[in-house]
Design a binder for this molecule. Structure first.
Ligand SMILES: [Zn+2]
Ligand SMILES: [Zn+2]
Ligand SMILES: [Zn+2]
Length: 482
């Protein structure tokens, strides 16, 4: 190669010409076929020592367009038109479907270069390689090319159908996601269903029927965490995380943008209102929910409970991860509510209740500062979720008399993972008890910091404490949560 540089540049420029966008398909076929053939012939002598070019040399012999030759070594059809079409389409989302790797012609051209090397290794060696791989990877290997399929046989795919290999079957099928924009993987059935609202998928309240595909098992109970509780009456189905992350990875045809998940809603049975936003960072979907409610000062314990817990299931009204009962989350909310001062009272107002006048009551500071216990940002040690509790002075548009009131604001940030499986990773950790260690995994920069940085908001530097510093896990049996 080195002894013949002018020819090398000539091949490069000819290939570049062949790959340029063409004015018509007819011209593309004619020109590219000629170019490649010429290039192959001209390179023939200089590339003798390079094993993968042997197929090009075979093809350089004169042949007819309508009869693609068959490689004597691998038994594959060799078609220049398909080769050039395949190369020319790379990198464009619009044409992904047409050059999908499920297309056998594309499969041929993509794998031809490596096929000879694959074929040169013995069956014993390939079986040895497979013995070190999980079943899902063996199935993917057998799916990679015809040569590998013949070498490895269909056993890997048959093995995936055994009930104990369900997880590997899911892994293998999810790896085909990039080929199936019109379908969505169902973790109940371990199969792909056709999207019935393609591109129109919208997040709705849990009570609303909103199937994204027709699944025969949709109404059956399942142990798989397919929904994440956000607030009373509102959940996030895992299918929406799938859709958003697929669109992010493969293009808009595969799902929906993260912005389309953002919502504002008001709780029906309480004063709480919520606002959700989503953002993708480093291949993970991040969630932020800001929940707030007006709060009276000096509430007794029963009043605090009435404000914080849903009457329906005694979960918090605001958004929380599955580990909210352990640790300090609820205590800190009650602590923050305890810092709300009594409203300002003029002398006339004070005299109505008695003769004493308290001068401090005339000048109450509307800005409430919280204490060292309830002010710091907290991170759940068992999942990638962070919390911030604030007391803010906010306008109540529905109250003509007392327009400005104190309110409690609980913000939750969570990492929902990469959307490939609800049975592992961040999504699973947020919903279940796992051995996930958030302080070891997330590191110094918090999810909250990453999320707010995208809109240019810098969260004031403060300590990130553990939500459960004692690390006592009692769940519902604990004494702290109510
Ligand atoms: Zn299904
Ligand atoms: Zn406090
Ligand atoms: Zn948690």
């Amino acid at each position: 190669m080195d002894d013949n540089p002018p020819r090398k540049s000539s091949l490069g420029s000819r290939l570049a010409t062949a790959l340029k966008p063409k004015q018509s398909g007819r011209r593309l076929m004619k020109k590219s076929t000629v170019n490649l053939r010429e290039a192959a012939v001209s390179k023939d002598s200089s590339l003798k020592d390079f094993p993968s070019t042997s197929s090009i040399r075979t093809n350089a012999q004169p042949q007819y367009e309508s009869f693609p030759t068959v490689d004597t070594q691998t038994g594959e059809r060799q078609d220049y038109t398909a080769l050039i079409h395949g190369l020319g389409h790379q990198g464009s989302f619009d044409s992904l479907k047409s050059v999908s790797r499920l297309d056998p012609q594309r499969l041929d051209t993509d794998t031809r270069a490596g096929d000879r090397r694959v074929a040169s290794l013995s069956d014993v060696l390939w079986l040895r390689v497979c013995s070190h791989l999980p079943p899902s990877c063996v199935a993917s290997l057998a799916f990679a090319s015809k040569t590998l399929r013949y070498r490895l046989g269909p056993e890997a795919w048959i093995a995936l159908n055994h009930p104990e290999n369900e997880q590997f079957k899911s892994e293998f099928l999810v790896s085909l996601d990039s080929q199936l924009p019109d379908h969505l993987f169902c973790f109940r059935c371990i199969t792909y269903h056709r999207r019935v609202q393609k591109g129109q998928e919208r997040l709705r309240a849990t009570a609303t029927m909103n199937p994204l595909f027709i699944c025969p098992w949709a109404s059956e109970p399942t142990q798989i965490p397919l929904r994440m509780r956000l607030t009373p009456g509102h959940t996030l189905p895992f299918t929406f995380v799938q859709l958003v992350m697929r669109a992010h990875r493969y293009g808009p045809d595969y799902g929906i943008p993260p912005e389309s998940l953002s919502r504002r809603w008001k709780c029906r049975e309480s004063e709480w209102s919520h606002q959700s936003r989503y953002y993708i960072d480093k291949g993970h979907l991040l969630l932020r929910i800001v929940s707030k409610s007006f709060a009276e000062p000096a509430l007794p314990p029963s009043g605090l409970r009435h404000l914080l817990y849903s009457r329906e299931d005694y979960f918090p009204y605001f958004s929380a991860c599955a580990h909210w009962r352990d640790g300090e989350l609820m205590n800190n909310c009650k602590c923050a509510l305890g810092h709300i001062p009594k409203p300002k009272e003029t002398i006339a107002q004070q005299l109505r209740t008695g003769p004493q006048i308290n001068n401090a009551m005339r000048h109450v500071n509307a800005i409430v500062s919280l204490c060292g216990k309830c002010r710091p940002m907290r991170r759940c040690p068992d999942c990638p979720t962070e919390y911030l509790i604030e007391v803010r002075f906010e306008e109540d548009k529905n109250d003509p008399v007392n327009k400005f009131k104190q309110s409690i604001v609980v913000t939750r940030w969570s990492d929902l993972g990469d959307g490939t499986t609800p049975l592992a990773g961040e999504w699973f950790a947020c919903n279940r008890e796992t051995d996930y260690d958030s302080f070891a995994t997330i590191g110094r920069r918090g999810i909250s910091g990453t999320f707010e940085a995208q809109s240019g908001v810098a969260i004031p530097g403060q300590r990130m404490l553990s939500l459960n510093p004692e690390n006592v896990k009692m769940g519902e049996k604990g004494h702290n949560w109510y």
